[in-house]
Design a protein around this ligand. Structure first.
Ligand SMILES: [Zn+2]
Length: 237
């Protein structure tokens, strides 16, 4: 029984070390993810603004063509006006002229608005682009930082994983299942008794229970948190 308890404690110690290595990575993985999302969003925004600017320019070119065409028509209508013979012809032509002048005015106004929009979009894009550069730089720094940490710990992690595999080869399936179940729920599955208390939840362990635990004859769990409690003898074996 002592061997089984010892193996559970061994496994816990290795996992504690692996947890510490994961903690060293800290907030970096999450920070990198958030920055990447922000970067993607910003790039989408700039892309949309560039597209809008492009469409506005295209529309302005179309309008310019229509304006030129209308101006040519206007010139033609005005020349024809000098040669009309009837009132009906005169009315029809002046109507055409009015309509064409209105159309030119409308297109010119639209182009002014489009030019304003273009200018606004250019400004917005210019403001956003340095922000992209800043995020890219920050992202690169954080990625390097994380790679550096991982590189430093790579050897230790591999050693721990190999030790863990050795322990897993010896531990019984039932004990491992129990361990995994508690670990999943509580983080740490096996804890010693420190100052008469469970080292996982700090609940006081009665002297009677401590006496039983010291027998190392079965797996005892903490009544308040469910973690496996081990005696000082197992802890220091
Ligand atoms: Zn406890």
């Amino acid at each position: 029984m002592k061997t089984r308890l010892k193996l559970l404690w061994e496994l816990q110690k290795i996992d504690n070390e692996l947890d510490k290595l994961e903690e060293l990575r800290g907030e970096l993985p999450r920070e990198i993810e958030l920055l990447q999302n922000k970067l993607d969003e910003l790039q989408e925004t700039i892309k949309a603004k560039k597209k809008e600017k492009e469409n506005s320019l295209k529309k302005r070119e179309e309008n310019d063509d229509k304006i030129a065409e209308s101006k040519a028509n206007l010139k033609k209508f005005k020349a024809q006006l000098l040669q009309v013979k009837t009132n009906r012809e005169y009315d029809a032509l002046t109507k055409e002229i009015d309509y064409t002048e209105e159309l030119i005015q409308k297109l010119e106004q639209e182009n002014n608005s489009l030019a304003d929009l273009s200018k606004k979009l250019t400004q917005e894009i210019e403001e956003l682009e340095p922000e992209i550069k800043d995020i890219q730089k920050e992202l690169e720094e954080k990625r390097e930082e994380l790679a550096e940490i991982d590189k430093l710990n790579d050897k230790e992690r591999k050693e721990l994983e190999s030790k863990r595999a050795d322990v897993l080869a010896k531990i019984t399936r039932a004990d491992l299942q129990l361990y995994n179940r508690i670990r999943e729920a509580k983080g740490r599955a096996v804890v010693p008794i420190k100052r008469n208390a469970c080292d996982g939840c700090y609940a006081i362990i009665s002297s009677q229970k401590q006496l039983e635990i010291r027998r190392n004859d079965k797996i005892y769990t903490c009544e308040s948190c469910g973690r496996i409690l081990i005696s000082a003898e197992i802890e220091n074996l």
